[in-house]
Design a protein around this ligand. Structure first.
Ligand SMILES: *[C@@H]1O[C@H](CO)[C@@H](O)[C@H](O)[C@H]1NC(C)=O
Ligand SMILES: *[C@@H]1O[C@H](CO)[C@@H](O)[C@H](O)[C@H]1NC(C)=O
Length: 209
């Protein structure tokens, strides 16, 4: 007799807790973590086989964002964005290239992923991630446990792999100064630029809030 009662007393609580976890997982989809107001990240980008390493300094607190873009065996580009919509894209070599661009929207807001559609979980780069899609423009992968971004894919096929993610890291103020040749009357327009993070997102009108 005792041999029947015991297993039941073990199984019932188990069955109950299973029911509860199924119910709670159906009740609300996870939402992406807002971006920290300041962070530094090294990104590995692949745009149809063209590779880049990007130093991303996101600094919402000071209304600025910096992409320092090393093209593989190629140009080192500085893409400095201010929240007033002005971007300076320049080299610091003897070519002294600089382009000043105006965007109607400024730096990505920390909550720019709000309203994204949850697609479920998928393993990417060896990390189990929650996946969201935002307006057919970006697919965003975030580590289920740590909530850190791991990977994103633009609709163009351009992919980013997040190599480091240092919350609270801030680039020193003097590094945010565009060179003097950005402030000449006629800027050089001969450089070819690829939008990396914010530019592409801003153009798609992804700004929220
Ligand atoms: C990707 O690269 C291949 C090989 O260089 C090229 O043929 C193709 O047109 C490129 N695709 C896009 C979308 O740029
Ligand atoms: C935006 O801010 C930057 C940095 O302070 C400045 O250099 C630029 O002239 C400003 N642009 C406009 C349109 O006010």
């Amino acid at each position: 007799m005792g041999s029947i009662v015991k297993p039941l007393s073990l199984i019932l609580p188990l069955a109950f807790s299973l029911c509860f976890s199924l119910l709670s997982s159906q009740s609300a989809d996870p939402t992406p973590a807002p971006w920290p107001h300041q962070f530094h990240s090294v990104l590995f980008m692949n745009n149809n086989g063209s590779l880049q390493v990007v130093d991303l300094w996101y600094d919402w607190t000071n209304g600025r964002n910096f992409n320092i873009i090393q093209n593989q065996l190629g140009k080192l580009l500085y893409d400095l964005e201010w929240d007033n919509g002005t971007s300076y894209i320049y080299t610091l070599d003897s070519n002294q290239e600089c382009r000043v661009l105006l965007f109607p929207v400024g730096v990505l807001r920390p909550n720019w992923l709000e309203g994204a559609t949850y697609l479920g979980q998928k393993e990417v780069d060896g990390f189990l991630c929650n996946v969201w899609q935002k307006v057919d423009f970006i697919w965003y992968y975030e580590d289920v446990i740590t909530k850190r971004p791991v990977h994103w894919v633009f609709y163009t096929g351009m992919t980013a792999h997040v190599m480091t993610f240092e919350v609270g890291a801030v680039l020193e103020d003097p590094k945010w100064q565009a060179p003097v040749y950005c402030f000449k009357e006629s800027e050089k327009e001969n450089a070819v630029f690829k939008s990396v993070v914010s530019h592409g997102l801003s153009r798609a009108g992804l700004m929220t809030g």
